[in-house]
Design a protein around this ligand. Structure first.
Ligand SMILES: *Cc1c(COP(=O)(O)O)cnc(C)c1O
Length: 385
């Protein structure tokens, strides 16, 4: 067990305490692979096309961009490389600052460091958990080049305000949509608002390719740069002539086969997620817990459903639930609390919500009875304390 002091009290990793591969009776997540996954993956094997050269890759990119509503898409080996390639395509590097939310998965910020730039943390809104546009404004300096908003846990960030700010200060925007496939503001989907959007298809995301990612954009030039960089910097029409020092961040045909099948049933997965959210909302309606919500005219896809306690003992509750075989999880640690990012100013709201919030089992095939069990355990434990 690892114990750390970092200004958030003694934090014991719930994963290492209970064993990473521990079989929880009710896990936090597992993918739903109930469509053409096996058929398409078998086709990769029977046709011998297993590398990134297979025909599923192009098909998946085409269908995914159509789904998101952008002109172009470029698949990658994971969501983190999609972020990194997006930053490079925008020419962001040494001496630049990129504003990211303090509450997000780490690679929103580490990709900025890999690009040679500096992540600057903006605080979040306590109610939405998303980056606060007013705090973004406060964090803009002469060095700021871009903003990476995240639609945290499936709830769309305030893209209108963020795009307006970016225009005012001449900044680029990369939309980290890793947790929000199919989320909407008005009729537009997450990923289609900014210069570039990125998605993750990790095993626990709303749709999965095992590991995988995507960059989407309406800008042909930016996507061409992403394509060049992810493919060894090799000129598309001149094999083994390398224009730039590139990488191999391509997606394989097997991943794309999975992705294509997952995409065929994305609406089913999203409606299951929304039903799960609605069930939890009803089950917790008599409690004093704070619950996720949805702004009028937007669509939250509830990647992970969460609750926030009135007091600050989320970690205690998580441990007790784990002993009952229910896997829950703290919010992401505020990035400004982690020593890997150097000395940072503590962001108030992200620290506050971290201590009170926990993410609940949210896998698409969870049964109503399982949700009832999760809710009654939580309600029992909070009434006890
Ligand atoms: C999952 C995730 C990523 C990274 O995706 P990987 O495919 O795991 O590399 C980036 N940003 C956010 C917000 C995520 O949740």
């Amino acid at each position: 067990m690892r114990t750390e002091k970092n200004g958030l009290g003694n934090i014991e990793s719930t994963f290492s305490s209970f064993g990473y591969k521990n079989k929880f009776k009710i896990p936090l997540y597992k993918p739903l692979l109930n469509g053409n996954e096996l058929r398409y993956v078998s086709q990769c094997i029977t046709t011998n096309w297993v590398s990134s050269q297979g025909s599923f890759v192009e098909k998946f990119e085409k269908n995914f961009s159509k789904y998101v509503g952008t002109k172009y898409a470029s698949s990658t080996c994971n969501g983190t490389t999609a972020l990194y390639l997006s930053l490079l395509a925008l020419g962001i590097g040494k001496g630049d600052e990129v504003i990211v939310p303090d509450l997000t998965f780490v690679s929103t910020a580490t990709s900025v460091i890999h690009a040679g730039a500096k992540p600057v943390f903006a605080d979040i809104d306590e109610k939405t958990l998303n980056i606060d546009p007013q705090d973004i404004r406060k964090k803009i300096t002469k060095k700021t080049k871009a903003i990476i908003p995240v639609h945290l846990y499936g709830r769309p960030a305030q893209m209108k305000e963020i795009i307006e700010l970016a225009q005012e200060y001449d900044l680029k925007v990369i939309e980290d949509s890793a947790e929000s496939h199919g989320a909407k503001i008005g009729n537009k989907k997450a990923g289609s608002f900014a210069d570039l959007g990125i998605f993750s298809f990790y095993g626990n995301k709303i749709m999965t390719t095992g590991e995988g990612g995507m960059v989407v954009s309406n800008n042909e030039e930016l996507i061409a740069k992403v394509n060049l960089l992810k493919n060894h910097g090799m000129k598309p029409n001149n094999k083994y002539w390398h224009e730039v020092v590139g990488y191999n961040y391509r997606m394989t045909n097997i991943q794309a086969a999975l992705g294509l099948a997952q995409l065929e049933k994305i609406e089913e997965k999203i409606s299951l997620k929304r039903k799960i959210a609605n069930n939890y909302k009803k089950l917790f309606s008599e409690t004093n817990l704070t619950l996720p919500s949805e702004d009028k005219g937007t669509k939250n896809v509830y990647w992970l459903y969460w609750v926030m306690l009135k007091n600050k003992n989320a970690l205690e509750l998580i441990k007790k639930l784990a002993f009952s075989g229910i896997e829950t999880r703290t919010f992401f640690y505020p990035l400004s609390s982690m020593p890997i990012f150097g000395k940072q100013k503590k962001q108030v709201n992200s620290h506050k919500v971290f201590q009170k919030g926990l993410c609940l089992p949210s896998f698409p095939s969870i049964t109503y009875e399982e949700q009832q069990e999760v809710a009654s355990k939580i309600i029992g434990l909070i009434n006890q304390s």
